[in-house]
Design a protein around this ligand. Structure first.
Ligand SMILES: Cc1ncc(COP(=O)(O)O)c(C=O)c1O
Length: 386
């Protein structure tokens, strides 16, 4: 008897419990495994799955952006050249630069890929912190560049003096993730100023500000402070985090005209679709969206941290929409135990094998996480008392 072929969704659910194995192996594989996850927040709620693994925004796009997406059916038949130009101009106005300095990407992931293609190649070195967001190193494999990993400091921050010292004439690119994924820590204004002075101008300094909007600390400064006088600086932003559009795919770089042109050489034509361009324009025009999201995130993160402290757990103070928590042993079984409860938490980071990264969800989702955590890894205080 012939069996009917599995639908995509059925196939996904058969993966079920096996997903955990792939989730720990890095962002590219993790993304593939996530194809097996529910497709929308509504589906998540219905399936009981809690997604706290990819630092997304659980509240989704701004209302004006959602409306723009709905209306984009009217422009779906046409190439989005005019919308690309409009958005490029809006981003340029936002940052006080010229539109030629703005490069759009299918997510900031594509922008990071463009940077690797533009500034690396065989024999070139790429300097990164360890651990940090892995995309730049992942794409660097294709360019055959040599990775130079500089361990983070004892307080889980970029060691910028050592990273600057590692940059020489053979270096093509140095990557600074500020705030850093997965540690949630920041580089301060003074540290960045010192670093930018020391890195040779021949090296492209790529500062990834995916989590910029969540930072409240006055010691932090965006790279835009230095852009005009630092021609080798490439700043990267995304609509996936505070703007809640990870599924829509849009990011951008802002750089000198020359470096922007170098990046653009490696972009696919029309790499941003009509719906996301309209949504991004609408998001930028919505005055309260960022501050609302920032407040929601801060309130949830503060609540989570209080719960962690109540249990006597160690965590890294976070400037982002995720927190790293010390498990006190291999995090892999803990990730798996959460998975069995249909709660997806961050993957294992090889240089921080005892730490669990959890993204901020809604308050009920975080309550589910805390309840699960107390069952899986008993509170340190309680364990000490018994
Ligand atoms: C630091 C950092 N940069 C870039 C990205 C990629 O984001 P996207 O391609 O969705 O813009 C991520 C995703 O989690 C990230 O954490």
């Amino acid at each position: 008897m012939l069996r009917s072929p599995l639908t995509r969704r059925q196939f996904a659910s058969t993966l079920g419990a096996g997903i955990g194995a792939t989730l720990v192996e890095g962002p590219f594989r993790a993304r593939r495994a996530e194809a097996a996850l529910p497709a929308s927040p509504a589906a998540d709620a219905a399936s009981g799955v809690v997604l706290l693994n990819s630092n997304e925004n659980p509240y989704g796009p701004a209302p004006a952006a959602l409306e723009a997406i709905t209306k984009s059916e009217r422009v779906a038949a046409r190439y989005p050249d005019a919308a690309e130009e409009q958005l490029g101009e809006a981003i340029a106005r936002l940052h006080g630069v010229s539109p030629e300095q703005v490069v759009l990407g299918c997510g900031s992931g594509e922008v990071l890929q463009m940077a690797d293609m533009a500034f690396l190649g065989p024999g070139k070195k790429v300097v990164v912190a360890e651990p940090t967001f892995e995309a730049v190193l992942g794409y660097a494999k294709v360019t055959k560049a040599e990775p130079v990993k500089v361990p983070i400091t004892a307080d889980f921050r970029h060691d910028l003096p050592r990273m600057a010292a590692a940059c020489d004439a053979g270096t093509g690119l140095v990557y600074v993730c500020n705030p850093n994924n997965p540690t949630g820590t920041i580089v301060t204004r003074d540290e960045m100023a010192f670093f930018l002075e020391r890195v040779p101008r021949s090296v492209a300094v790529v500062v990834d500000e995916a989590y910029h909007h969540f930072v409240d600390d006055a010691r932090y400064a965006s790279g835009f402070e230095w852009l005009a006088k630092t021609p080798n600086l490439v700043l990267v932003r995304t609509f996936s985090k505070v703007y809640g559009m990870a599924g829509m795919r849009l990011g951008y770089a802002v750089a000198s005209k020359e470096n922007a042109a170098a990046l653009r050489d490696h972009a696919a034509w029309s790499n941003a679709n009509a719906a996301v361009l309209a949504a991004a324009l609408a998001s930028l025009a919505e005055p309260d969206h960022v501050s609302r999201q920032r407040t929601l995130n801060r309130e949830t993160r503060d609540w989570l941290v209080r719960e962690l402290e109540r249990d006597g757990r160690r965590y890294i103070p976070s400037h982002t929409n995720f927190v790293m928590i010390d498990i006190g042993g291999d995090v892999k079984p803990v990730i798996d135990a959460f998975l069995a409860r249909r709660i997806y938490v961050g993957r294992k980071f090889p240089s921080l094998p005892n730490w669990l990264r959890v993204s901020m969800g809604t308050r009920p989702e975080m309550q589910a996480f805390v309840d699960g955590f107390r069952a899986i890894v008993p509170a340190v205080k309680a364990a000490r008392a018994s």
